[in-house]
Design a protein around this ligand. Structure first.
Ligand code: GAP
Length: 449
């Protein structure tokens, strides 16, 4: 069951079935960086589509953007990331291993004095050597633009996607004539030089975020925060079991430099309840700082009340890869069927990489043309697969392992009655339907999960 699925089982399934591979694997990999395989990319795209549908299409006051990964370096001075985007680290004086001080101390704080006290008697977990004092480590990945590698050309790969939203706030308002309150959503890559990337997709150095920034009058901030916090929890409950989700509020010492209030939506991974999404009240931090650093006035003038103010920002921020890991953990199920182990990914059909697989009972000259015709009938509407190799039982197991909700089996009777069997992934129940009625039956069955 999901509660007991180990990271090893997930990593092994993800690789075996073409969801996730270690990046540069043929060169021994690269720490904290992963590639997505054929089923993985479908699964991840489905998660992103589900989020976009919810955040942008369901909310008529939210529009999307797709901003650049590399921005003017002043953006990161204004945002506070050059100065403050740090994790506390300690080094082992003997073996030189590096650790996140807060993780080693098991304390949710970035306060160096507090961490120093907590780690006073702690030795290196690797070799038992003495540790340095905790000190801040900036997590932004630097790069150089232009031909000369000097400080004049230094810039950064974005550590969060939302700064490209703030820098476009005025452009979006001008072009869409949005009035406050309104939101801007974005999905895209983010990069962090994590001291200790770990737990597979959980803490990576290159990952994707789905972020929404909602601009409000300061007086509306608390109410709006509460509304988005609940809306995001409700969304997660469509794809993750309620019992595996909870809220956690950040303590003052733990909050990021921009946050006035911060709550995590946590999922119960095999290594405990951990953050999947952050909901933050960023106050006027971002637009004030960008006003100050760019010299462009980003305040808002309300035509009705004639009030002028810097909007406050309520942010929802979820990592695609971390969410994918949560959904994989939640969907992973082992069952015993007729004395054999069956591994099933019980995905919600919306996010399953393949929706339906067409399987002739056996590889046979008579069955193949009909089965291929059935596949053609479905292929344009659903991401579907055709498979005729190996025994039918093994093909069902393969589809179970990638979470395909429905399998359509074409057998010898089909040649006479022009009917096929639909097999339900979770119940394994089978229903006989006419080929002519297949589209309707599949669409109905997909709704039954
Ligand atoms: N703009 C706000 C922000 O970036 P965050 O709490 O640092 O806030 C938001 O990150 C989300 O991004 C997290 O909840 C997590 O899902 C994801 N995330 C952050 N760091 C990550 C990492 N190293 N690997 C994978 N996902 C990460």
């Amino acid at each position: 069951m999901a509660e007991t699925v180990s990271m090893e089982q997930l990593v092994s399934l993800a690789k075996r079935r073409g969801f996730v591979f270690q990046a540069s694997e043929i060169y021994g990999g690269i720490s904290g960086i992963y590639d997505w395989g054929p089923y993985g990319v479908e699964f991840k795209n489905n998660l992103k589509t589900a989020w976009w549908q919810e955040m942008v299409y369901q909310h008529t006051d939210v529009v999307g953007v797709d901003s650049a990964i590399i921005q003017n370096p002043r953006v990161w001075e204004a945002s506070g990331h050059v100065e403050k985007f740090t994790d506390p680290m300690v080094d082992c004086r003997k073996c030189k291993n590096r650790y996140r001080a807060d993780k080693l101390a098991d304390l949710d704080t970035a306060d160096l004095a507090e961490l120093s006290a907590a780690l006073k008697d702690t030795k290196c977990p690797n070799c038992g050597g003495a540790l340095t004092e905790p000190r801040p480590f900036n997590m932004m990945l630097k790069t150089y633009l232009g031909a000369v590698e000097d400080t004049a050309t230094v810039t950064y790969l974005r550590p969060e996607t939302c700064q490209g939203i703030y820098t476009n706030y005025q452009n979006v308002r001008d072009t869409t004539r949005q009035k406050l309150p309104f939101g801007i959503a974005q999905i895209g890559k983010a990069f962090r030089n994590e001291i200790t990337p770990q737990d597979f997709l959980f803490r990576q150095r290159e990952f994707e975020q789905m972020e929404m920034q909602y601009f409000v009058h300061p007086d509306e901030a608390d109410k709006t925060f509460a509304r988005w916090k609940q809306a995001r929890m409700d969304w997660h409950q469509k794809y993750l079991r309620k019992a595996n989700l909870r809220f956690r509020e950040h303590g003052a010492g733990e909050r990021a430099h921009y946050a006035r209030a911060a709550w995590d939506i946590e999922y119960q991974f095999s290594f405990g309840f951990k953050e999947v999404e952050g909901v933050h009240n960023r106050g006027d931090w971002d637009l004030s700082r960008h006003t100050q650093y760019s010299g462009q006035d980003l305040s808002y003038f309300d035509e009705t009340t004639k009030a002028k103010y810097i909007p406050w920002v309520i942010e929802t921020s979820v990592g695609v890869d971390r969410l994918a890991l949560a959904v994989l953990s939640d969907a992973y199920t082992e069952e015993e069927v007729k004395g054999e182990k069956r591994v099933v990914l019980k995905f919600h059909p919306d996010i399953a990489p393949v929706k339906v697989a067409v399987l002739p009972l056996s590889k046979n000259d008579k069955l193949t043309p009909l089965a291929r015709a059935v596949w053609q009938q479905l292929a344009g509407r659903y991401n579907s697969e055709y498979d005729e190799t190996q025994s039918i039982g093994r093909r069902y197991r393969r589809q179970d392992e990638i979470g395909t909700p429905l399998c359509v089996t074409v057998d010898f009777e089909s040649l006479d009655d022009q009917a096929v069997t639909i097999r339900h992934r979770d119940t394994m129940a089978q229903e006989r339907v006419k080929v002519a009625e297949l589209d309707r039956a599949i669409s109905d069955q997909l709704k039954s999960f």
